[in-house]
Ligand binder design. Structure first.
Ligand code: NAP
Length: 517
């Protein structure tokens, strides 16, 4: 990585002076260095070509830690999306006919290139999304793991032979790629939410039009550049960004798009699900959560504090599997609240490039305002702020890691995803009550329990209406396990061998008249 001289920092904008000077200066140097790197792209990718919007419109990508503009990217809409769909449709014919081994090799090469550019990709994620660099580097490895895993799975798409019911018939099942896939992804994991979809889609022989969030398109574009370098043919992977409803509508309206895969809010997911009905597309939805984290009296206190901390504060609380409600049994409540608050107090807030920082900024001003309104609502209904509860002195969108006690089920903090660094503590008496509180939500993505009782573990994990359950563990996502929710948290699964099924159609074949001479 090229390191720019201090001269670059001479004209530091006034609002940055509030930040620690070397920190703001370092951010600008890193941005300048990345722009010169071989993976930096700021145009859409259609049919293997880097392209702007047809009318030249652009949109700014900002660094949430500083507010600085990192780049301008095209503000695309229906027209560019339709071009991208056509290019994916044309590429499908040849890509789906390549052997699984050939597709696997391309994906493996893509994985290798991502890992060899891990540092730059991590920096890009920190720059446009704000998460601490160490966490961003973790996302690169996690994101790349889906490509590696599905490169291997590409070679294991087996059909079936079914014992025939009549002597002169042979029955079998073929698995074939769904076709062109529209993949819409959020800003909180700018790389991993894309690779978790594109990895299996390409492995199965599908082609894809990706629409990353307008807030974090640069990581998506860098990953697409590496896909081209890996030899993934033009048109197999296309990236458009800009007017989200227009792009979404174009994907939904096109009969050439056979599947929509979406990660994001439940509200947008429901719209897409309704919109997919017009052309009866297949649809996978990874939507919002409201994860309960249940701490029983018999839990190991240290394990519970460590697990709850990890489950709550990763990415400054901006993940769909973040513990949204920490539900603590009355016998351990006070001890837990004290130990947990101490641990939260030690979380260093700052720009993601600074040493030791574990809490970056929130993605934008709207996110901070949402957190503020949830805290206000909780206080007005009797909750007590044990720690934090306000904007951080660093300014911008930094918010203090917060612990709120005496939270009740009717408060917004318990009903909806706060999507910020706020840990609400709720109290319960019995196991039945804990299960009841945990399931009292439309969401059903991740849940966590902390207990040392084996029988209780089984009883509770079976009773929880959730797609993922962590037992004495706060970080559970991995490429080898199925990820997805129930109820309003979504449809389908990503990752693991089950993740392939989302991109495959079954074709039943009945071969008749076998005995004819
Ligand atoms: P969002 O507002 O729903 O946006 C997600 C994506 O949808 C973005 O690319 C967005 O584009 C696009 N979009 C917005 N309106 C659209 C429309 N009418 N038609 C088509 N696309 C549209 O969600 P977010 O705020 O980015 O992400 C946070 C949410 O994602 C949280 O609820 C979180 O729980 C959920 N999430 C779920 C998972 C999971 O695996 N279950 C993982 C991560 C996040 P623009 O950004 O360009 O507007």
């Amino acid at each position: 990585m090229r390191v720019a001289g201090l001269a670059r920092c001479k004209n530091l904008p006034s609002h940055l002076l509030r930040m620690h000077l070397p920190s703001a200066c370092r951010q600008m140097s890193i941005a300048a260095g990345l722009k010169n790197s071989s993976i930096f792209r700021s145009q859409g990718l259609i049919g293997g070509k880097w392209i702007g919007a047809h009318d030249g419109k652009t949109i700014q990508v900002n660094n949430p830690a500083t507010g600085e503009i990192i780049a301008d990217v095209p503000f695309m809409g229906r027209r560019e999306t339709n071009d991208a769909i056509s290019s994916a449709y044309n590429a499908f014919n040849s890509w789906s006919k390549q052997t699984a081994a050939e597709r696997s090799k391309c994906l493996r090469k893509w994985y290798d290139l991502i890992m060899s550019h891990k540092e730059e990709l991590g920096q890009l994620i920190t720059l446009e999304q704000g998460k601490p660099l160490k966490e961003a580097l973790g996302e690169v490895s996690y994101g790349a793991s889906f490509i590696e895993f599905f490169a291997e799975e590409a070679k294991r798409v087996y059909g079936d032979i079914i014992p025939a019911t009549l002597a002169d018939r042979r029955l079998f099942v073929l698995k074939q790629p769904v076709g062109v896939v529209g993949a819409i992804t959020p800003w909180n994991f700018p790389l991993a939410m894309i690779t978790r979809k594109v990895g299996p889609a390409l492995a199965c022989g599908c082609t894809v039009v990706v629409k990353p969030s307008e807030l974090t398109p640069l990581t998506a574009l860098a990953a697409a550049e590496l896909a081209l370098q890996a030899g993934i043919p033009p048109g197999v992977l296309n990236v458009v960004m800009g007017n989200a409803p227009d792009i979404g509508d174009a994907l939904l309206a096109s009969p050439q798009v056979r599947k929509i895969t979406f990660t994001g809010s439940t509200a947008v997911g429901k719209k897409l699900m309704a919109g997919a009905a017009g052309t009866v597309k297949r649809i996978s939805l990874e939507l919002g959560g409201n994860a309960p984290c249940i701490v029983f009296d018999d839990a190991d206190l240290d394990v519970a504090v460590k697990g709850a901390l990890a489950a709550k504060f990763r990415n400054s609380g901006q993940t769909c599997v973040c513990a949204n409600r920490i539900i603590v049994q009355e016998g351990i409540y006070e001890k837990f609240a004290e130990a947990f608050s101490k641990a939260v107090q030690n979380l260093l807030v700052g720009d993601g490039f600074s040493e030791g920082v574990v809490q970056g900024p929130l993605i934008n001003e709207a996110a901070v305002q949402k957190v503020e309104s949830f805290i206000q609502d909780a206080i007005s209904k009797g909750a007590k702020v044990l720690l934090g509860g306000k904007r951080h002195s660093l300014g911008m969108t930094f918010y203090e890691p917060t612990v709120v006690a005496d939270v009740k089920s009717e408060m917004l903090l318990a009903r909806e995803e706060v999507f910020g660094p706020v840990a609400p503590l709720l109290r319960f008496k019995t196991e039945e009550e804990a299960i009841c509180i945990a399931n009292d939500t439309n969401a059903g993505l991740a849940a966590y329990i902390f207990t040392n009782n084996v029988q209780r573990t089984w009883r509770v994990l079976e009773a929880l209406e959730y797609g993922l359950v962590g037992v004495n563990e706060g970080i559970i996502s991995t490429e080898v396990a199925p990820f997805g929710g129930v109820k309003h948290s979504g449809l389908g699964r990503e990752g693991s061998k089950y993740g392939m099924d989302e991109y495959l159609e079954l074709k039943y074949v009945c071969l008749g008249d076998m005995n004819r001479k």
